[in-house]
Write a protein that binds this ligand. Structure first.
Ligand code: NAD
Length: 293
């Protein structure tokens, strides 16, 4: 039987956690947003405020809905506040050690029937579940970036996840106005398993001199009808994130077809990590992006 999720805790107020808090609050869910410091919480709340204002400006939500949503989000640096939460969504830094520490601290505070979800992009759901006191009420709820914009959420069961947890998570995703797809617990799930090898291949195409940055992105936009070229998309995701997902596929599936392109490794070593660093396959420091190759 599915349980209705009325209040959630979100651990991590970074780009994903703040997006999850935003969308949940907008759909009537009470949210406790936790991070390590007041400073990070304030940064997360500022992002949420700005993104809600953008939705008001474009007429997608009303000013009253924005105010109500902001009123439903309570920042905290103390997990004790999670005692009444129906579900805790962990969206902290992509590190197994960090996530394990969080579960250790959060589990003793939760009510027995509460569920835990992780937003991990790459770590095994079954292995993370085993680090909690409730693997049967643990599930992967994988949101896409940016959360307020992207329609898809991947649901991933661990080996022990029970039907009630799965159905509750599915109903929660529907309540947020998102569409769920179900993925088995294998490296990078579905979207990144398909998307990242395509991006890696685009980087090989550049590395081997088949085409320039502009030729590759134009080819895929106009020739395959992709809204964004693969190199532009790589810069948006972050080249460090792209490399780490390729490494997870390469290690987890032990197939040489997932070998990260040496040019991707070089860009990451240079600190040219894409938009967030001001430079990746494009240089963003001027008025408009200029290809770096
Ligand atoms: P981020 O770096 O923007 O945010 C992570 C936040 O977690 C930071 O604010 C950090 O202070 C906080 N944090 C770290 N340790 C903590 C702890 N012990 N307690 C509380 N908070 C802690 O990262 P992000 O991009 O928001 O990624 C978060 C998760 O979402 C990761 O698991 C990532 O794999 C996943 N994810 C990311 C994307 C993406 O495109 N960025 C997409 C889908 C899923």
């Amino acid at each position: 039987m599915a349980h209705e999720i009325k209040s959630i805790g979100v651990v991590g107020a970074g780009q994903m956690g703040s997006g999850i808090a935003h969308v949940a609050a907008l759909h009537g869910v009470d949210v406790l947003l936790a991070d390590l410091s007041e400073e990070r919480l304030n940064a997360g709340l500022a992002t949420i405020g700005n993104n809600l204002s953008r939705q008001v400006a474009s007429g997608r939500i009303t000013e009253a809905a924005k105010k109500e949503a902001l009123g439903r989000i309570k920042p905290t640096t103390d997990y004790k506040a999670f005692g009444d939460s129906d579900l805790v969504i962990e969206s902290a830094t992509e590190s197994e050690a960090v996530k394990r520490t969080i579960y250790g601290a959060v589990c003793p505070i939760l009510k027995p029937e509460a569920m835990i979800a992780t937003n991990t992009s790459s770590i095994s759901i079954t292995r993370l579940a085993a680090a909690t006191d409730r693997p049967e009420r643990f599930i992967g709820i994988h949101f896409m970036n940016p959360v307020p914009v992207m329609e898809l959420v991947e649901l991933i069961r661990g080996i022990a996840t029970n039907d009630s947890t799965f159905e509750s998570a599915r109903a929660f995703v529907a309540k947020l106005g998102k569409t769920a797809t179900v993925s088995e617990d294998f490296p990078a799930f579905i979207v990144n398993r398909i998307l990242l090898p395509m991006i890696n291949e685009a980087i090989y195409t550049l590395y081997e001199g088949v085409g320039s940055v502009d030729a590759i992105d134009t080819a895929m936009r106009l020739g395959a009808n992709h809204p964004m070229g693969p190199l532009q998309l790589a810069d948006f995701i972050g080249l460090d994130t792209c490399l780490s997902i390729m490494q997870v596929l390469h290690d987890g599936l032990a197939d040489s077809k997932y070998r990260p392109c040496p040019l991707l490794v070089k860009y990451v070593e240079a600190g040219w990590l894409g938009r967030k660093a001001g430079r990746g396959f494009y240089d963003y420091r001027g008025e408009k992006p200029v290809p770096t190759r």
